[in-house]
Design a protein around this ligand. Sequence first.
Ligand code: SF4
Length: 332
Amino acid sequence: MKYVFGPVPSRRLGQSLGIDTIPLKTCNWNCVYCQLGRSVPLTNQRQEYYPREKILLEIRQALEAHTAGGIDWITFVGSGEPTLHSGLGWLIQEVKGLTDLPVAVITNGSTLYQQDVRSDLGAADAVLPTLDAGKPWLYQKINRPHPEITLERLLEGMRAFRDGYAGQLWVEVMLVCGLNDTEIALTDIAAALQTIQPDEIHLNLPTRPPAETWVRPTDDAGLLRAQAILGATARVVHPASGSFDVSGAADLNEAIVGILTRHPMREDELIRTLDESHQDVHQALSRLASSGRAQVVERYGVRFWGGPGTVFPDETHSQRTSPGSSRKSNRK
Ligand code: SF4
């Protein structure tokens, strides 16, 4: 499938069927922690990147292929900023007509200053935007936004959306060591969030391969500090563990590449998924590496597998690193 992937285990949304409406790294931010590498170039253009009817057809097929109970949420998320697809509102409405499953949109929130985006997201059950900084200089440093999206505009958009939105608004703060985990940075974020009044604040850590090699997640002290300063609605969302369900896929390798492209996996997760789908693990890893359909990125001393076409500085490609060198890749 081209537009639908998973279900994947999500830290907040259980088994989440992912809907990806845009080409890889179509984004108006270039976050230092992005697990999809760098955004080259940035765009803030809303348009119909892929035909909405084709996306809807795949969603319908995926819902038919998965057993009841296998999906907890349908989540618009993926290769960049999903609200840049101009048909998002139509797609959410159509999905609501197909199923009773709740619909979430994981967004950076940067387009909420536009009335049509706020209207599009109104039918979703949960919207999960991001706020990593309460001061413009830190916002520039972490999120590296398109010039049209100032921090003031971002905050205005979130406030306007909150005012008219009846669903759950869960704001994520990605805590990067030495940047936004200090007392002063967290106090600024708390002041900004006070004006938005989200239902929940989710503290997250860059545990998947970050775009920039120097990015580190905050430590335990930083997490405690964030919880203390951001208040009672702030909770840490731990990395999810669970299986990547590829059981409904007609082509298992294609399904796995579809997940890796949007959601890089630690090598041990990938091996477990291959094992559970009765693949020869060593052969499957070799095929992925040699075909160029996946690449290895090393961060924090951990091997991650991601999709092709992503831009990671100082990355370690699968072509340069044999999957046979993995501690577990010859397990079968
Ligand atoms: S983390 Fe999200 S918002 Fe940031 S650059 Fe990546 S896709 Fe864009």
